[in-house]
Design a protein. Structure first.
Lengths: 83, 203
């Protein structure tokens, strides 16, 4: 049977379904028998669901306008140096 | 970005429409800065991102929409960051072979690999319930910002931008196995923040 540290090591791969069928079955077998590892996997799934739902940070309008201003200045300098 | 799939928006963008460009910057700027910081460090990140925006704007008329806007802008910022490292002669290979691990302190397990300190029980059982905890959100943001650079890079692209593993490997030039190790370490750190929050009510 796989060890708990092995389950912890492969918990992300298991959740992402990035393990072979044989490995998946072995992990499932362990999770049925081990309350701690099944809790770990459940907590990791909740963590991922949570971080994916968090608001994505966006730049303010002022920040974006400042970026555009610098972009346009660089483009205009480029135009000048090319002529 | 829903807008990035909107044909009318993409057409405006490709014509270098300024209001469309501003929307693009607002959406990606913070995450691009986090990615640049992960490659060149804090001091040069802003400059690199500004260079990347210049390159994005300049190349918009040539954007062929074969790749997604997300993949395209992140590829540009990563290239800008690598160019900066090369100029400073400090380009290090991101893709050294990483050893997979549990992402938890070794003392959590006995010598035979069984738990010596198992995961604590949570009284919250869904992402939606966690979203109601404002203080936890601060803890997660701080922890994400404090992640080691490579972990933050991978986490931003995979979890925040929800890019596929294949796209992230292409953008960052890392192997699939390293990507998985870095992502797992980042996720486990964030999960342990919630463990601590559940046990103590603090970060």
């Amino acid at each position: 049977m796989l060890s708990c540290s092995h389950i912890a090591q492969h918990a992300s791969d298991y959740i992402d379904q990035d393990v072979s069928l044989f490995q998946r079955l072995k992990i499932r077998w362990h999770l049925r028998a081990c309350i701690h590892c099944s809790r770990l996997v459940r907590h990791l799934q909740i963590t991922l669901g949570y971080t994916r739902k968090l608001d994505r940070q966006q730049a303010s309008l002022q920040e974006a306008e400042a970026v555009l201003e610098k972009v346009l200045a660089a483009e205009s300098n480029r135009g000048t140096s090319e002529t | 970005m829903k807008l990035a799939q909107d044909k009318e928006f993409l057409d405006r963008l490709c014509q270098q429409d300024k209001s469309a460009f501003i929307e693009l910057v607002r959406f990606y700027h913070k995450q691009m800065t986090a990615v640049a910081r992960g490659i060149v460090g804090e001091a040069q990140a802003e400059e690199v991102v500004q260079d990347a925006w210049i390159a994005v704007y300049r190349n918009l008329p040539k954007f062929e929409k074969r790749s997604s806007v997300t993949t395209w802008v992140y590829t540009i910022v990563c290239n800008a960051a690598r160019t900066r490292l090369r100029k400073d002669s400090r380009l290090v290979q991101l893709d050294s072979n990483l050893q997979a691990d549990s992402g938890m302190p070794a003392e959590r397990f006995n010598a035979d690999g069984a738990w010596s300190r198992p995961p604590p029980q949570w009284d919250i059982d869904s992402p939606e319930q966690l979203l109601e905890e404002e203080q936890l959100q601060d803890c997660i943001e701080k922890t994400t910002e404090a992640l080691p650079e490579q972990q933050r890079l991978v986490f931003t692209l995979r979890e925040v931008e929800q890019q596929s593993a294949e796209e992230v490997c292409n953008i960052l030039g890392v192997s699939d196995s390293n990507l998985r190790v870095l992502l797992h370490r980042a996720r486990m750190k964030l999960m342990q923040v919630i463990d601590r929050y559940q046990e103590t009510g603090n970060c």
